[in-house]
Design a protein around this ligand. Sequence first.
Ligand SMILES: [Zn+2]
Ligand SMILES: [Zn+2]
Length: 222
Amino acid sequence: MIDNSIAFLAPHLCSGCGNEGGLLCYGCKNDILDEPFLRCVACGKGLPGKSGVCGECNVFYDRAWCVADRREHIQRLIGNFKFTNARAAYRPLAELLHDYLPELPLETVIIPVPTVSSHIRQRGYDHMLLIARQLGKLRNLPVETSLKRAQSTKQRSAGRQQRIRQAQAAFIYEGSINPQKTYLLIDDVVTTGATINYVSQKLKDAGAQTVWVASISRQPLD
Ligand SMILES: [Zn+2]
Ligand SMILES: [Zn+2]
């Protein structure tokens, strides 16, 4: 999964080019932003409409953004963050979302898709919560953590049907929704889209009128 041994050994070097300049240097960050993800966030295929979702896909969220395909620089940066304890990567990852997303309504609440608790224990930090808080700081928006994992699930090797079933059982919402507000779910990697869709359904069931989704990357289909 991590194919850049330089970044693996020295996480203070750029995950993209291996040079000094932070975990994601200015040039590599611009490389990512210059090649945005311009397909349907839900299926990874069709041309996205204004909502970021193609006409074929029926989803519970109202709008969606994805910064880029999960490959090259962004894959290594997320890989370092999740698997080699380069904790500081939350900053460049939050900055990518900050630079990519349009202006958001003042009444937006950021909700990170919660991390599996065994992964938080292994890493020593909740990587999505760190990204959410940093984005909240950059955008001056509150972060809510009332969305929880109901149980530990293993997603990486599961098939599509199994993943959907796991996603449906995996989340609970313990907050109280204000229907006037826009809820922005953020995640680092969208794979099949089942998780973000199910979590969006949870928020809609709890009374949310407007649920938007922003992912840093999407797993390429091939
Ligand atoms: Zn670089
Ligand atoms: Zn689609």
